[in-house]
Design a protein. Structure first.
Length: 115
């Protein structure tokens, strides 16, 4: 299984970015997907998740600003991030929980929110 994340970068506060994660080596359409982030000196935390039936959940800190989506034709999960804040600065990782005790991680993409 490979997860290739992209779309990070430097953005000003209030700006937007869209992250993408292209998956291969798994049956994407039946797999839930998620985005996590890890800020310097902090633990990795769940940002958003989407199930195979398109149910979504979000961390309280991003609810209303971030949107997770998926395109099963492209085996890709997205994270649209709006109204970005400096505290959103982190390395963002996509995650594929395949079954109990087995999950895969992308390589991470850095998002920096700064003026």
């Amino acid at each position: 299984v490979q997860l290739q994340a992209s779309g990070g970068g430097l953005v000003q506060p209030g700006g937007s970015l869209r992250l993408s994660c292209a998956a291969s080596g798994l049956i994407f359409s039946i797999n839930g997907m998620a985005w996590y982030r890890q800020a310097p000196g902090k633990q990795r935390e769940l940002v958003a998740g989407i199930t195979s039936t398109y149910s979504k959940n979000y961390a309280g800190s991003v609810k209303g600003r971030f949107t997770i989506s998926r395109d099963n034709r492209k085996n890709t999960v997205y994270l649209q991030m709006n109204s970005l804040k400096p505290e959103d600065t982190a390395v963002y990782y996509c995650n594929a929980p395949v079954r109990a005790g087995v999950e895969y991680w992308g390589q991470g993409t850095l998002v920096t929110v700064s003026s």
